[in-house]
Ligand binder design. Structure first.
Ligand code: BF8
Length: 677
């Protein structure tokens, strides 16, 4: 007889509960994380506790590009002594694997930005051809400027006389030339010539001028296929081409065409954080990236008949707000308040007051559907390339040819849902005032003044040392770090040290929530030099330049500084640095790389997926500087991170011979007056 084994009681694994104070520095978010725990709703913060990241993937040395693997090549605990003999089945080295993975991330990021740009270009074409009622050319001045950059004539000769060309004709040709940038058979991207001449020459010499946007991404997929490119230097060269095609191509076109269609941003006031939601209003949150959809939602929700309809249903009105980069797009052109960053998307639904969350593309978590199931929220996907499998998700496909009707249907659905709210509404009462909308043009106006209208005044203040340098601080939230801690610590440390900060994406939203995007922040947080400049000009010490595709605005601002004179001939020569403190997406890697190869020293927080391949890692963080004047760096500690950027800025000041000026400026008022005399 077989002896029966004693039954062992299964040990119930105790679920780890997230401590809100450990998860975020933001009080509104802490309150909603606590609320989620109280209601038993699982969020990304809980999963980050119970699921650890893969230790090999994080090093960048797991190859799953063929079915003989995945081949995993972790770095030995004590590092590599002697020759690195790690190999995959095919013989691929750790460097090859990490470089392949890295440039596939660039391909992912560049394709996301660029496909967004293509979609805008297609809508632009419809608007130019007047095939849609909903979209029109809004900024003709910008159209003419972009026409110039794309080589489209803006005048025409009639009987020996130079006349202005018809605007509609220009718009159609701009659309044609722009769309051609994605797949033209020969030549190079037209916008490359917008970079400083010295930069263009470096790219040309290195053989990395992108031919068209799509091709560079396709070529990455080919070169990283099993058995093709097996030289990390050659692989990263292709990554460089695709990244340039993103920053100086797809992203820049997205920004320009959006400005023409929806308006070029100028500074405006608004508010930020979950507290912008209103309990007695229909709350519609738009989340994602493409303003094509959100522009229509904004237009429609202002219609009197829909406001009246909302009132008929018992609400006082319609409150729109945004999450992620759609938020930045709606803010910079219309002043629509920011509801939150990437890590607050679930929390917005947990308020119980979100009547509809309307999403398009990128950075939309699939768990939104699970959270929405616990509340009355209608979760509406709108893009043909971005659907969700859960059955509570509604798909209303958005099409520019009947955009108004689609938007009306969505807004009406939200209004109808207002009466389905449960008793569980809890909106955290925290929000901060903000000033946003600093495009390239308005920054020029503010920093140069209406009199000069160039970046000269900024250059002047960099040269005299009041402004030590400029930093572009951008990027995501990452659930592996404390929400917003690194963003805020780094930005505060930079402005404290007289570094003017330009920001986009979720960093911009984080700074907004923290109250750093108002002119008054200068007196509280800045060093004396930057405070003086901000107070004189009336700008915040951190300028909100838009969404992540608008990082192209930072590239162009950096170029304007070069053009204004006195700070060298290339972006790599003047005191500027980049940072993505809490990055997580492939888009961030593409952005980081186009910053680097545009000549910017760029520091990432969290980690870089290259640490398992030390030779390749060193190539990115040391050798690239010799080629491009910019390089990667990584530092998770926010204070050290900021000081690495400041050290780079000081090095550039020294190279330019303007380090002494700053020492004098920081002496005292008497010596400054003596100097000026
Ligand atoms: O494009 S910063 S989390 S929202 S990827 Fe996403 Fe990162 Fe936010 Fe905008 Ni950019």
């Amino acid at each position: 007889m077989v002896e029966e084994k004693p039954k062992v009681a299964k040990l119930e694994k105790k679920k780890k509960v997230v401590n809100p104070v450990d998860a975020s520095i933001d009080v509104a978010s802490q309150e909603m994380i606590a609320r989620a725990t109280e209601l038993g709703v699982e969020t990304i913060f809980d999963r980050a506790l119970s699921m650890k990241p893969c230790n090999i993937g994080i090093q960048g040395t797991c190859c799953k590009n063929c079915a003989m693997g995945p081949c995993r090549l972790p770095l030995p605990k004590g590092g590599i002594e002697g020759e690195d003999e790690r190999k995959g089945l095919c013989g691929a080295t750790a460097n090859t694997i990490a470089a392949r993975n890295f440039i596939r991330m660039i391909a992912g990021g560049a394709s996301a930005h660029s496909d967004h740009g293509r979609c805008v270009a297609e809508v632009f074409m419809s608007a130019a051809k007047k095939e849609t009622e909903a979209y029109k050319i809004k900024d003709e001045e910008k159209l003419l400027q972009v026409a110039g950059n794309l080589g489209v004539a803006t005048t025409v000769e009639v009987d020996g006389e130079e006349l202005d060309r018809d605007m509609d004709e220009i718009a159609v040709e701009v659309a044609e030339v722009a769309l051609n940038e994605w797949g033209k058979p020969e030549g190079e991207l037209l916008y490359l010539k917008r970079a400083p001449e010295a930069r263009y020459e470096i790219w040309k010499k290195q053989g990395v001028l992108p031919r068209n946007i799509d091709r560079e991404i396709v070529e990455i997929m080919h070169r990283t296929h099993m058995g093709v490119d097996q030289d990390y230097k050659n692989l990263i060269k292709q990554g460089t081409r695709a990244a340039i095609a993103d920053g100086w191509g797809g992203s820049m076109l997205a920004t320009d065409l959006q400005d023409i269609l929806f308006g070029t941003p100028y500074p405006l006031q608004s508010e930020a954080n979950l507290g912008v939601m209103k309990e007695d209003h229909v709350n519609i949150i738009v989340h994602g990236h493409e303003p094509v959809l959100s522009e229509m939602i904004i237009a429609v929700s202002q219609k009197q008949e829909l406001i009246d309809y909302a009132k008929k249903k018992g609400a006082k009105g319609i409150q729109l707000s945004g999450i992620c980069c759609t938020a930045n797009e709606m803010l910079q052109r219309h002043g629509v308040p920011l509801c939150g960053t990437f890590l607050q998307q679930e929390l917005a639904i947990i308020t119980g007051a979100c009547d509809a969350m309307v999403v398009d593309i990128q950075c939309v978590m699939q768990n939104l559907a699970n959270v929405a199931k616990c509340f009355h929220t209608k979760l509406i996907t709108t893009h043909p390339i971005a659907k969700m499998e859960q059955d509570n998700v509604i798909h209303i496909e958005f099409d520019e040819h009947h955009a108004i009707e689609d938007a009306e249907r969505i807004v009406k659905m939200a209004i109808d849902n207002f009466e389905n709210r449960g008793a569980e509404v809890m909106i955290p009462q925290h929000k901060a005032p903000i000033v946003a909308g600093f495009g390239l043009e308005s920054t020029e106006y503010h920093l140069g003044g209406s009199f000069r209208g160039t970046y000269y005044t900024l250059n002047d203040n960099i040269i005299n040392g009041r402004v030590r340098g400029v930093a572009g601080v951008v990027g995501c939230n990452n659930a592996r770090t404390k929400h917003n801690l690194e963003h805020i610590t780094i930005c505060k440390e930079l402005i404290k040290n007289d570094v003017l900060v330009l920001t986009t994406g979720c960093t911009a939203i984080a700074c907004a929530m923290e109250g750093l995007l108002v002119p008054e922040a200068a007196a509280v947080h800045c060093g004396p030099g930057l405070a003086e400049v901000c107070e004189t000009v009336g700008i915040p010490p951190i300028l909100h330049l838009g969404s992540c595709v608008d990082n192209s605005r930072i590239l162009l601002a950096a170029t304007e500084v070069v053009k204004a004179g006195g700070l060298g001939n290339d972006i790599s020569e003047w005191p500027v640095a980049g940072s993505a403190p809490e990055w997580m997406s492939e888009k961030a890697i593409s952005i980081g790389h186009y910053f680097v190869v545009s000549g910017v020293y760029t520091v990432f927080g969290v980690t870089l997926p290259t640490s398992g391949a030390p030779v390749f890692h060193d190539y990115l963080t040391k050798d690239l500087e010799k080629i491009y004047g910019g390089m990667w760096d990584v530092e998770p500690d926010p204070i050290k991170h900021a000081h690495m950027m400041i050290a780079h800025i000081d090095k550039k000041r020294k190279d330019l011979g303007i380090d002494k000026a700053r020492e004098r400026v920081l002496m005292d008022m008497a010596s400054r007056q003596a100097l000026e005399a």
